[in-house]
Design a protein. Structure first.
Length: 152
């Protein structure tokens, strides 16, 4: 008589959400970059962040014919994290099609500093594979933070 064999497969919530495929920050950023809405500049950017829980959130740039009304990839990823009920990020990956890695704009640097510590790793990358590792603190020295509002 054949013996029955049972086994358990443990998948993280992130793997289940990505149909069983473990997505790295790089994979998530590259994937979402393809969904960017950039009909005016054709400059697509993808960003992925890892929250304190380990969950990965991604965002892409969304342009608008009225340029100041567009949103950046980093802001989209942060908004997805906050919408999911989280408020702390532990790692960031940003990718664009450019000759060298592109840093976040000033506003996104401030947004990253709002939700991540100075020592949070930020990887800036090109679609061709060039990468530059830095931190939120290096991207935004002297950041305006909650300590500036203590007397308010």
């Amino acid at each position: 008589m054949p013996r029955s064999v049972s086994f358990r497969v443990c998948l993280s919530d992130q793997m289940i959400k990505n149909w069983g495929i473990a997505m790295t920050l790089k994979d998530a950023a590259l994937s979402v970059r393809e969904k960017a809405y950039a009909p005016y500049s054709n400059f697509k950017v993808g960003a992925a962040i890892r929250s304190a829980s380990g969950e990965v959130y991604s965002g892409c740039n969304v342009e608008n014919v009225a340029y100041p009304e567009g949103t950046c990839a980093e802001a989209g990823a942060i908004a997805a994290m906050v919408a999911a009920g989280e408020q702390s990020l532990t790692e960031v990956y940003v990718v664009a099609s450019s000759p060298q890695p592109v840093p976040p704009c000033g506003g996104c640097r401030q947004k990253l500093a709002e939700f991540g510590g100075r020592d949070v790793k930020v990887t800036l990358a090109t679609v061709d594979g060039a990468e530059l590792e830095t931190t939120i603190g290096d991207l935004l020295p002297g950041a305006f933070d909650a300590s500036h509002m203590e007397d308010v």
